[in-house]
Write a protein that binds this ligand. Structure first.
Ligand code: GAP
Length: 477
Protein backbone atom coordinates (compact mmCIF):
# COMPACT_ATOMS: atom_id res chain seq x y z
CA UNK A 1 0.00 0.00 0.00
CA UNK A 2 1.21 3.50 -0.84
CA UNK A 3 0.22 5.77 2.14
CA UNK A 4 0.61 8.99 0.07
CA UNK A 5 -1.69 7.66 -2.62
CA UNK A 6 -4.23 6.43 -0.04
CA UNK A 7 -4.25 9.85 1.67
CA UNK A 8 -4.81 11.59 -1.68
CA UNK A 9 -7.66 9.20 -2.53
CA UNK A 10 -9.20 9.89 0.86
CA UNK A 11 -9.08 13.67 0.31
CA UNK A 12 -10.54 13.17 -3.16
CA UNK A 13 -13.69 11.65 -1.70
CA UNK A 14 -13.96 13.94 1.31
CA UNK A 15 -17.26 15.81 1.49
CA UNK A 16 -16.56 19.47 2.31
CA UNK A 17 -19.13 21.60 4.05
CA UNK A 18 -19.96 24.98 2.49
CA UNK A 19 -20.95 28.00 4.55
CA UNK A 20 -24.57 29.08 4.13
CA UNK A 21 -23.53 32.48 2.67
CA UNK A 22 -21.26 30.84 0.13
CA UNK A 23 -23.90 28.29 -0.78
CA UNK A 24 -26.41 30.88 -2.01
CA UNK A 25 -23.76 32.70 -4.06
CA UNK A 26 -22.54 29.45 -5.56
CA UNK A 27 -26.02 28.25 -6.51
CA UNK A 28 -26.96 31.64 -8.02
CA UNK A 29 -23.78 31.57 -10.09
CA UNK A 30 -24.22 27.91 -11.12
CA UNK A 31 -27.85 28.57 -12.07
CA UNK A 32 -26.82 31.30 -14.51
CA UNK A 33 -23.57 29.77 -15.77
CA UNK A 34 -24.93 26.31 -16.55
CA UNK A 35 -28.38 27.30 -17.78
CA UNK A 36 -30.78 26.59 -14.91
CA UNK A 37 -32.20 30.06 -14.17
CA UNK A 38 -31.74 33.44 -15.88
CA UNK A 39 -33.19 36.86 -14.97
CA UNK A 40 -36.19 37.50 -17.21
CA UNK A 41 -35.61 39.80 -20.24
CA UNK A 42 -32.07 40.40 -19.03
CA UNK A 43 -30.89 42.10 -22.22
CA UNK A 44 -33.25 45.00 -21.35
CA UNK A 45 -32.17 45.17 -17.70
CA UNK A 46 -34.50 42.42 -16.42
CA UNK A 47 -37.67 42.93 -14.36
CA UNK A 48 -37.81 42.38 -10.63
CA UNK A 49 -39.55 39.18 -9.54
CA UNK A 50 -39.60 37.42 -12.94
CA UNK A 51 -37.31 34.58 -14.00
CA UNK A 52 -36.65 32.36 -17.02
CA UNK A 53 -35.60 28.73 -16.90
CA UNK A 54 -32.74 27.66 -19.18
CA UNK A 55 -32.20 24.29 -20.90
CA UNK A 56 -31.31 22.50 -17.65
CA UNK A 57 -33.70 24.45 -15.43
CA UNK A 58 -36.72 23.55 -17.54
CA UNK A 59 -35.77 19.84 -17.32
CA UNK A 60 -35.38 19.97 -13.53
CA UNK A 61 -38.64 21.86 -13.13
CA UNK A 62 -40.52 19.49 -15.48
CA UNK A 63 -39.13 16.47 -13.61
CA UNK A 64 -40.35 17.89 -10.29
CA UNK A 65 -43.81 18.50 -11.75
CA UNK A 66 -43.91 15.06 -13.41
CA UNK A 67 -42.95 13.25 -10.19
CA UNK A 68 -45.46 15.29 -8.19
CA UNK A 69 -48.23 14.45 -10.68
CA UNK A 70 -47.21 10.80 -10.67
CA UNK A 71 -47.48 10.52 -6.90
CA UNK A 72 -50.57 12.73 -6.45
CA UNK A 73 -52.64 11.53 -9.44
CA UNK A 74 -51.35 8.39 -11.21
CA UNK A 75 -50.47 6.44 -8.09
CA UNK A 76 -53.81 7.09 -6.36
CA UNK A 77 -57.40 6.30 -7.19
CA UNK A 78 -58.96 9.12 -5.16
CA UNK A 79 -57.44 12.09 -7.02
CA UNK A 80 -58.13 13.49 -10.50
CA UNK A 81 -56.39 16.30 -12.37
CA UNK A 82 -57.48 19.69 -13.69
CA UNK A 83 -55.99 22.56 -15.67
CA UNK A 84 -58.04 25.74 -15.22
CA UNK A 85 -57.55 29.07 -17.00
CA UNK A 86 -55.33 31.73 -15.44
CA UNK A 87 -57.88 34.48 -16.06
CA UNK A 88 -61.33 33.98 -14.56
CA UNK A 89 -64.42 36.08 -14.14
CA UNK A 90 -63.37 38.78 -11.60
CA UNK A 91 -66.38 37.81 -9.47
CA UNK A 92 -64.41 34.70 -8.41
CA UNK A 93 -61.90 36.88 -6.53
CA UNK A 94 -64.55 39.01 -4.93
CA UNK A 95 -66.47 35.98 -3.65
CA UNK A 96 -63.34 34.13 -2.51
CA UNK A 97 -62.36 37.12 -0.36
CA UNK A 98 -59.13 37.84 -2.24
CA UNK A 99 -59.99 41.39 -3.37
CA UNK A 100 -60.61 42.34 0.27
CA UNK A 101 -58.21 40.18 2.24
CA UNK A 102 -55.32 39.03 0.03
CA UNK A 103 -53.01 41.66 1.44
CA UNK A 104 -49.57 42.13 2.92
CA UNK A 105 -48.67 44.92 5.34
CA UNK A 106 -46.47 47.47 3.55
CA UNK A 107 -44.10 49.84 5.40
CA UNK A 108 -41.92 52.56 4.00
CA UNK A 109 -38.47 53.40 5.33
CA UNK A 110 -38.37 57.11 6.17
CA UNK A 111 -34.68 57.37 5.31
CA UNK A 112 -34.42 55.73 1.87
CA UNK A 113 -38.15 55.57 1.06
CA UNK A 114 -37.89 51.94 0.00
CA UNK A 115 -40.87 49.74 0.78
CA UNK A 116 -40.92 46.41 2.61
CA UNK A 117 -43.28 43.80 3.93
CA UNK A 118 -43.60 44.66 7.60
CA UNK A 119 -43.77 41.00 8.62
CA UNK A 120 -40.46 40.23 6.89
CA UNK A 121 -38.27 42.96 8.45
CA UNK A 122 -36.37 41.61 11.47
CA UNK A 123 -37.02 43.88 14.44
CA UNK A 124 -40.50 44.93 13.27
CA UNK A 125 -43.14 43.23 15.39
CA UNK A 126 -46.90 42.97 15.11
CA UNK A 127 -48.73 44.02 18.26
CA UNK A 128 -52.27 42.74 17.94
CA UNK A 129 -54.92 42.19 20.58
CA UNK A 130 -58.60 42.93 21.07
CA UNK A 131 -57.89 46.66 21.51
CA UNK A 132 -54.90 47.45 19.31
CA UNK A 133 -53.46 46.41 15.97
CA UNK A 134 -50.16 48.05 15.02
CA UNK A 135 -46.56 47.32 14.06
CA UNK A 136 -43.67 48.42 16.25
CA UNK A 137 -40.09 49.08 15.20
CA UNK A 138 -37.52 48.40 17.89
CA UNK A 139 -34.65 50.87 18.34
CA UNK A 140 -31.53 49.74 16.51
CA UNK A 141 -33.39 47.98 13.71
CA UNK A 142 -31.55 48.18 10.40
CA UNK A 143 -33.29 48.90 7.13
CA UNK A 144 -33.07 45.79 4.88
CA UNK A 145 -32.11 47.98 1.90
CA UNK A 146 -28.84 49.06 3.52
CA UNK A 147 -27.31 49.41 6.95
CA UNK A 148 -29.04 52.60 8.12
CA UNK A 149 -31.39 52.63 11.08
CA UNK A 150 -35.01 52.09 10.17
CA UNK A 151 -36.14 54.31 12.99
CA UNK A 152 -34.91 55.76 16.25
CA UNK A 153 -36.23 54.38 19.53
CA UNK A 154 -39.56 52.58 19.75
CA UNK A 155 -41.92 54.06 17.19
CA UNK A 156 -45.37 52.73 16.41
CA UNK A 157 -46.82 53.08 12.97
CA UNK A 158 -49.63 51.73 10.91
CA UNK A 159 -48.57 50.03 7.70
CA UNK A 160 -50.63 50.28 4.56
CA UNK A 161 -52.41 47.11 3.46
CA UNK A 162 -51.32 46.20 -0.04
CA UNK A 163 -53.40 43.90 -2.26
CA UNK A 164 -51.32 41.24 -3.97
CA UNK A 165 -53.61 40.52 -6.91
CA UNK A 166 -52.07 41.48 -10.25
CA UNK A 167 -54.36 43.22 -12.70
CA UNK A 168 -54.66 42.93 -16.47
CA UNK A 169 -57.05 44.15 -19.13
CA UNK A 170 -59.01 41.94 -21.52
CA UNK A 171 -60.66 43.16 -24.71
CA UNK A 172 -59.96 44.74 -28.07
CA UNK A 173 -61.52 48.21 -28.02
CA UNK A 174 -59.85 50.52 -25.50
CA UNK A 175 -63.09 51.85 -23.93
CA UNK A 176 -64.56 48.35 -23.66
CA UNK A 177 -61.57 46.66 -22.08
CA UNK A 178 -62.44 44.75 -18.93
CA UNK A 179 -60.27 44.73 -15.80
CA UNK A 180 -59.39 41.20 -14.73
CA UNK A 181 -56.95 39.60 -12.31
CA UNK A 182 -54.17 37.13 -13.06
CA UNK A 183 -54.92 34.41 -10.53
CA UNK A 184 -53.23 34.96 -7.16
CA UNK A 185 -53.51 31.27 -6.30
CA UNK A 186 -54.33 28.43 -8.69
CA UNK A 187 -56.80 27.07 -6.15
CA UNK A 188 -59.93 29.01 -7.09
CA UNK A 189 -59.93 27.36 -10.54
CA UNK A 190 -60.50 24.04 -8.75
CA UNK A 191 -63.38 25.31 -6.60
CA UNK A 192 -65.27 26.91 -9.47
CA UNK A 193 -65.01 23.57 -11.34
CA UNK A 194 -66.01 21.44 -8.34
CA UNK A 195 -69.50 20.77 -9.70
CA UNK A 196 -68.18 20.07 -13.22
CA UNK A 197 -65.75 17.46 -11.91
CA UNK A 198 -68.37 15.78 -9.68
CA UNK A 199 -70.86 15.66 -12.56
CA UNK A 200 -68.43 14.48 -15.23
CA UNK A 201 -66.32 11.91 -13.39
CA UNK A 202 -66.94 9.15 -10.87
CA UNK A 203 -65.35 10.82 -7.85
CA UNK A 204 -66.91 10.34 -4.41
CA UNK A 205 -65.98 12.05 -1.17
CA UNK A 206 -63.28 11.78 0.08
CA UNK A 207 -61.51 12.73 -3.15
CA UNK A 208 -59.03 15.28 -4.43
CA UNK A 209 -58.43 17.51 -7.44
CA UNK A 210 -54.78 18.15 -8.35
CA UNK A 211 -53.51 21.03 -10.41
CA UNK A 212 -50.20 22.58 -11.46
CA UNK A 213 -50.03 26.06 -12.92
CA UNK A 214 -48.87 29.66 -12.84
CA UNK A 215 -49.92 32.19 -10.22
CA UNK A 216 -49.11 35.90 -10.00
CA UNK A 217 -48.67 38.19 -7.01
CA UNK A 218 -47.57 41.79 -6.70
CA UNK A 219 -45.01 40.85 -4.07
CA UNK A 220 -43.65 43.90 -2.24
CA UNK A 221 -40.13 42.52 -1.90
CA UNK A 222 -39.34 39.80 -4.42
CA UNK A 223 -35.94 38.25 -3.76
CA UNK A 224 -33.60 35.38 -2.98
CA UNK A 225 -33.49 34.28 -6.60
CA UNK A 226 -36.86 32.64 -7.39
CA UNK A 227 -37.88 32.20 -3.74
CA UNK A 228 -40.25 35.15 -3.78
CA UNK A 229 -41.26 35.89 -7.37
CA UNK A 230 -44.11 37.83 -8.91
CA UNK A 231 -44.84 35.08 -11.42
CA UNK A 232 -44.46 31.53 -10.11
CA UNK A 233 -45.89 28.06 -10.41
CA UNK A 234 -47.83 26.13 -7.80
CA UNK A 235 -48.61 22.41 -7.46
CA UNK A 236 -51.70 21.95 -5.37
CA UNK A 237 -54.13 19.37 -4.17
CA UNK A 238 -57.61 20.28 -2.92
CA UNK A 239 -58.91 17.26 -1.02
CA UNK A 240 -62.64 17.26 -0.29
CA UNK A 241 -63.89 15.56 2.88
CA UNK A 242 -67.01 15.32 5.04
CA UNK A 243 -67.48 18.34 7.31
CA UNK A 244 -66.42 16.65 10.50
CA UNK A 245 -63.72 17.61 13.04
CA UNK A 246 -62.32 14.06 13.30
CA UNK A 247 -62.16 13.64 9.51
CA UNK A 248 -60.51 17.06 9.24
CA UNK A 249 -57.78 16.14 11.70
CA UNK A 250 -57.25 12.70 10.14
CA UNK A 251 -56.79 14.02 6.60
CA UNK A 252 -54.77 17.06 7.66
CA UNK A 253 -52.27 14.80 9.48
CA UNK A 254 -52.29 12.32 6.61
CA UNK A 255 -51.44 14.94 3.95
CA UNK A 256 -48.81 16.55 6.16
CA UNK A 257 -46.98 13.23 6.41
CA UNK A 258 -47.45 12.39 2.71
CA UNK A 259 -45.95 15.65 1.59
CA UNK A 260 -43.02 15.47 3.99
CA UNK A 261 -42.28 11.90 2.85
CA UNK A 262 -42.41 12.99 -0.79
CA UNK A 263 -39.63 15.55 -0.28
CA UNK A 264 -37.55 13.11 1.77
CA UNK A 265 -38.03 10.43 -0.91
CA UNK A 266 -36.39 12.76 -3.42
CA UNK A 267 -33.30 13.18 -1.30
CA UNK A 268 -34.09 16.26 0.78
CA UNK A 269 -31.92 16.33 3.89
CA UNK A 270 -34.14 15.48 6.87
CA UNK A 271 -32.27 17.97 9.08
CA UNK A 272 -33.17 20.77 6.68
CA UNK A 273 -36.93 20.21 6.78
CA UNK A 274 -39.38 20.93 9.57
CA UNK A 275 -43.07 21.65 10.15
CA UNK A 276 -44.14 25.02 11.50
CA UNK A 277 -47.65 25.85 12.62
CA UNK A 278 -49.06 29.24 11.59
CA UNK A 279 -49.93 31.61 14.41
CA UNK A 280 -53.57 32.83 14.26
CA UNK A 281 -52.60 36.29 12.94
CA UNK A 282 -50.48 34.97 10.08
CA UNK A 283 -53.09 32.50 8.81
CA UNK A 284 -54.61 33.30 5.40
CA UNK A 285 -58.19 34.56 5.43
CA UNK A 286 -59.49 31.15 4.28
CA UNK A 287 -57.58 28.91 6.71
CA UNK A 288 -59.00 27.35 9.88
CA UNK A 289 -55.62 25.84 10.55
CA UNK A 290 -52.30 25.81 8.69
CA UNK A 291 -48.81 24.36 8.88
CA UNK A 292 -45.85 24.90 6.60
CA UNK A 293 -43.13 22.53 5.58
CA UNK A 294 -40.05 24.73 5.91
CA UNK A 295 -36.58 24.37 4.42
CA UNK A 296 -33.42 25.67 6.06
CA UNK A 297 -32.23 27.96 3.26
CA UNK A 298 -29.10 30.15 3.42
CA UNK A 299 -31.52 33.05 4.11
CA UNK A 300 -33.09 31.22 7.09
CA UNK A 301 -35.94 28.72 7.63
CA UNK A 302 -38.34 29.44 4.79
CA UNK A 303 -41.79 28.30 3.70
CA UNK A 304 -41.62 25.45 1.19
CA UNK A 305 -45.18 24.15 1.07
CA UNK A 306 -48.35 24.95 2.99
CA UNK A 307 -50.83 22.39 4.33
CA UNK A 308 -54.09 24.22 4.95
CA UNK A 309 -57.39 23.25 6.51
CA UNK A 310 -59.69 25.55 4.50
CA UNK A 311 -62.89 24.18 6.07
CA UNK A 312 -65.92 25.11 3.96
CA UNK A 313 -64.65 28.68 3.33
CA UNK A 314 -64.43 28.42 -0.44
CA UNK A 315 -67.27 26.08 -1.41
CA UNK A 316 -69.76 27.86 0.82
CA UNK A 317 -68.74 31.28 -0.57
CA UNK A 318 -69.21 29.92 -4.10
CA UNK A 319 -72.50 28.41 -2.97
CA UNK A 320 -71.54 24.84 -3.89
CA UNK A 321 -72.66 21.66 -2.17
CA UNK A 322 -72.22 17.91 -2.58
CA UNK A 323 -74.90 15.24 -2.56
CA UNK A 324 -73.98 11.82 -1.21
CA UNK A 325 -75.83 9.44 -3.55
CA UNK A 326 -75.92 6.55 -1.06
CA UNK A 327 -77.23 8.41 1.97
CA UNK A 328 -79.09 11.11 0.03
CA UNK A 329 -77.46 13.65 2.37
CA UNK A 330 -76.34 17.05 1.01
CA UNK A 331 -73.59 19.10 2.61
CA UNK A 332 -70.77 21.57 1.97
CA UNK A 333 -67.54 19.58 2.01
CA UNK A 334 -64.45 20.72 3.87
CA UNK A 335 -61.14 21.07 2.09
CA UNK A 336 -57.64 20.03 3.10
CA UNK A 337 -55.11 21.64 0.79
CA UNK A 338 -51.47 20.93 0.04
CA UNK A 339 -49.92 23.89 -1.76
CA UNK A 340 -46.33 23.68 -2.95
CA UNK A 341 -44.24 25.99 -5.09
CA UNK A 342 -42.57 24.56 -8.18
CA UNK A 343 -40.01 27.38 -8.27
CA UNK A 344 -39.25 27.05 -4.57
CA UNK A 345 -38.86 23.29 -5.02
CA UNK A 346 -36.46 23.85 -7.93
CA UNK A 347 -34.40 26.29 -5.86
CA UNK A 348 -34.45 24.18 -2.69
CA UNK A 349 -33.56 20.96 -4.55
CA UNK A 350 -30.58 22.84 -6.06
CA UNK A 351 -29.48 24.16 -2.65
CA UNK A 352 -29.94 20.74 -1.05
CA UNK A 353 -27.95 18.99 -3.80
CA UNK A 354 -24.98 21.34 -4.03
CA UNK A 355 -21.91 19.61 -2.58
CA UNK A 356 -18.15 19.63 -2.83
CA UNK A 357 -16.45 16.24 -2.83
CA UNK A 358 -12.66 16.52 -2.81
CA UNK A 359 -11.86 18.73 -5.77
CA UNK A 360 -15.21 18.09 -7.48
CA UNK A 361 -18.39 20.13 -7.30
CA UNK A 362 -21.22 17.61 -7.39
CA UNK A 363 -24.91 18.39 -7.75
CA UNK A 364 -26.36 15.40 -5.91
CA UNK A 365 -29.86 15.58 -7.34
CA UNK A 366 -32.06 12.50 -7.10
CA UNK A 367 -31.58 10.71 -10.48
CA UNK A 368 -35.29 11.05 -11.26
CA UNK A 369 -34.99 14.83 -10.92
CA UNK A 370 -31.62 15.21 -12.66
CA UNK A 371 -32.03 17.25 -15.89
CA UNK A 372 -29.78 14.89 -17.85
CA UNK A 373 -29.79 11.18 -17.01
CA UNK A 374 -26.85 10.00 -19.12
CA UNK A 375 -23.88 11.61 -20.86
CA UNK A 376 -22.18 9.63 -23.63
CA UNK A 377 -18.52 10.16 -24.57
CA UNK A 378 -16.11 8.60 -27.04
CA UNK A 379 -12.80 8.06 -25.20
CA UNK A 380 -10.96 9.77 -28.07
CA UNK A 381 -12.29 11.87 -30.90
CA UNK A 382 -9.72 10.95 -33.53
CA UNK A 383 -10.58 7.25 -33.81
CA UNK A 384 -13.44 6.93 -36.26
CA UNK A 385 -14.75 3.51 -35.09
CA UNK A 386 -14.92 4.67 -31.44
CA UNK A 387 -16.74 7.90 -32.30
CA UNK A 388 -19.14 5.99 -34.58
CA UNK A 389 -19.89 3.37 -31.90
CA UNK A 390 -20.35 6.06 -29.21
CA UNK A 391 -22.72 7.93 -31.48
CA UNK A 392 -24.77 4.73 -32.00
CA UNK A 393 -25.05 4.22 -28.22
CA UNK A 394 -26.06 7.87 -27.76
CA UNK A 395 -28.73 7.80 -30.48
CA UNK A 396 -30.07 4.49 -29.14
CA UNK A 397 -30.52 5.95 -25.63
CA UNK A 398 -32.09 9.09 -27.07
CA UNK A 399 -34.54 7.03 -29.13
CA UNK A 400 -35.84 5.63 -25.81
CA UNK A 401 -36.67 9.17 -24.65
CA UNK A 402 -33.95 9.19 -22.02
CA UNK A 403 -32.62 12.72 -21.62
CA UNK A 404 -28.96 12.35 -22.62
CA UNK A 405 -26.14 14.50 -23.93
CA UNK A 406 -23.21 13.93 -26.22
CA UNK A 407 -19.76 15.32 -25.44
CA UNK A 408 -16.63 14.70 -27.49
CA UNK A 409 -14.59 17.70 -26.32
CA UNK A 410 -11.67 17.85 -23.86
CA UNK A 411 -10.29 15.07 -21.74
CA UNK A 412 -12.39 12.50 -19.95
CA UNK A 413 -11.73 13.94 -16.46
CA UNK A 414 -13.00 17.38 -17.50
CA UNK A 415 -16.06 15.80 -19.10
CA UNK A 416 -16.88 13.99 -15.83
CA UNK A 417 -16.50 17.21 -13.82
CA UNK A 418 -18.76 19.14 -16.19
CA UNK A 419 -21.48 16.48 -15.78
CA UNK A 420 -21.04 16.28 -11.97
CA UNK A 421 -21.67 20.01 -11.79
CA UNK A 422 -25.12 19.68 -13.39
CA UNK A 423 -26.02 16.47 -11.56
CA UNK A 424 -25.87 13.89 -14.39
CA UNK A 425 -26.01 10.54 -12.53
CA UNK A 426 -24.25 8.39 -15.16
CA UNK A 427 -21.52 8.93 -17.76
CA UNK A 428 -21.05 6.28 -20.43
CA UNK A 429 -17.66 6.04 -22.18
CA UNK A 430 -17.06 4.10 -25.36
CA UNK A 431 -13.40 2.99 -25.63
CA UNK A 432 -11.13 0.53 -27.41
CA UNK A 433 -12.54 -2.46 -25.47
CA UNK A 434 -16.04 -1.57 -26.69
CA UNK A 435 -14.96 -2.41 -30.21
CA UNK A 436 -13.89 -5.92 -29.07
CA UNK A 437 -16.57 -6.91 -26.58
CA UNK A 438 -19.58 -4.53 -26.94
CA UNK A 439 -19.24 -3.22 -23.39
CA UNK A 440 -18.98 0.38 -22.13
CA UNK A 441 -17.76 2.05 -18.94
CA UNK A 442 -20.50 3.49 -16.76
CA UNK A 443 -19.27 5.97 -14.18
CA UNK A 444 -21.46 6.82 -11.19
CA UNK A 445 -21.69 10.51 -10.22
CA UNK A 446 -21.79 10.10 -6.43
CA UNK A 447 -19.19 7.39 -5.88
CA UNK A 448 -17.10 8.17 -9.01
CA UNK A 449 -16.84 4.36 -9.36
CA UNK A 450 -16.77 2.80 -12.81
CA UNK A 451 -18.38 -0.42 -13.99
CA UNK A 452 -18.20 -2.33 -17.25
CA UNK A 453 -21.69 -2.91 -18.70
CA UNK A 454 -22.75 -4.71 -21.90
CA UNK A 455 -24.40 -2.32 -24.36
CA UNK A 456 -27.41 -4.62 -24.65
CA UNK A 457 -27.92 -4.38 -20.86
CA UNK A 458 -27.32 -0.62 -20.60
CA UNK A 459 -30.96 0.44 -20.63
CA UNK A 460 -31.93 -2.16 -18.04
CA UNK A 461 -28.97 -1.06 -15.89
CA UNK A 462 -30.09 2.61 -16.00
CA UNK A 463 -33.76 1.84 -15.48
CA UNK A 464 -32.96 -0.36 -12.49
CA UNK A 465 -30.91 2.44 -10.99
CA UNK A 466 -33.70 4.90 -11.69
CA UNK A 467 -36.00 2.65 -9.69
CA UNK A 468 -38.35 2.00 -12.60
CA UNK A 469 -38.29 -1.75 -12.10
CA UNK A 470 -39.22 -1.44 -8.43
CA UNK A 471 -42.06 0.90 -9.34
CA UNK A 472 -43.51 -1.58 -11.83
CA UNK A 473 -43.10 -4.48 -9.38
CA UNK A 474 -44.78 -2.48 -6.61
CA UNK A 475 -47.66 -1.51 -8.87
CA UNK A 476 -48.25 -5.06 -10.11
CA UNK A 477 -48.45 -6.51 -6.57
N1 GAP B 1 -53.64 28.05 -2.30
C1 GAP B 1 -52.92 28.36 -1.13
C2 GAP B 1 -51.78 29.22 -1.35
O1 GAP B 1 -51.59 29.77 -2.42
P1 GAP B 1 -49.64 30.15 -0.16
O2 GAP B 1 -49.04 29.74 1.16
O3 GAP B 1 -49.91 31.58 -0.39
O4 GAP B 1 -50.96 29.29 -0.28
C3 GAP B 1 -48.47 28.24 -1.45
O5 GAP B 1 -48.72 29.60 -1.33
C4 GAP B 1 -47.08 27.98 -1.96
O6 GAP B 1 -46.85 28.69 -3.17
C5 GAP B 1 -45.96 28.45 -1.02
O7 GAP B 1 -45.69 27.51 -0.01
C6 GAP B 1 -44.80 28.60 -1.98
O8 GAP B 1 -44.18 27.36 -2.22
C7 GAP B 1 -45.49 29.08 -3.25
N2 GAP B 1 -45.42 30.55 -3.33
C8 GAP B 1 -46.24 31.45 -2.75
N3 GAP B 1 -45.87 32.70 -3.05
C9 GAP B 1 -44.77 32.60 -3.83
C10 GAP B 1 -43.91 33.55 -4.47
N4 GAP B 1 -44.13 34.85 -4.37
N5 GAP B 1 -42.87 33.09 -5.19
C11 GAP B 1 -42.65 31.76 -5.31
N6 GAP B 1 -43.41 30.83 -4.74
C12 GAP B 1 -44.48 31.23 -4.00
Amino acid sequence: MNPGLEARKCLKNKLYSISMNDLMDKVVSLAKRRGFIYPSSEIYGGISGFWDYGPLGVELKNNIKREWWRSMVYQRDDVVGLDAAIVMNPKVWEVSGHTAAFTDPLVECRVCHKRFRADKVPGVVHIKNSKTDYWKVSGGTNCPSGGHLLDVGDVNFQPRKFNLLMEAKVGVIEEEKRNVFLRGEITQGVFVNFQNVVNSSRVKIPFGIAQIGKAFRNEITPGNLTYRSREFEQMELEFFIKPDEKEGKKWFDYWKQQRMEWYLGFGMDKKKLRFREHTPDERAHYARFAEDIEFEAPFGWSEFEGIHHRGDWDLSRHNLTYRDEESGESYTPWVIETSGGVDRSTLFFLLNAYSVVGDRMVLKLHPKLAPIKVAVFPLVRNKEEIVKKAREVYLYLKSLSLSCVWDDRGNIGKKYYAQDEIGTPWCVTVDYDTLDNETVTVRDRDSAKQERVAIEKLVLYIEEKLGKKQEIAKRDC
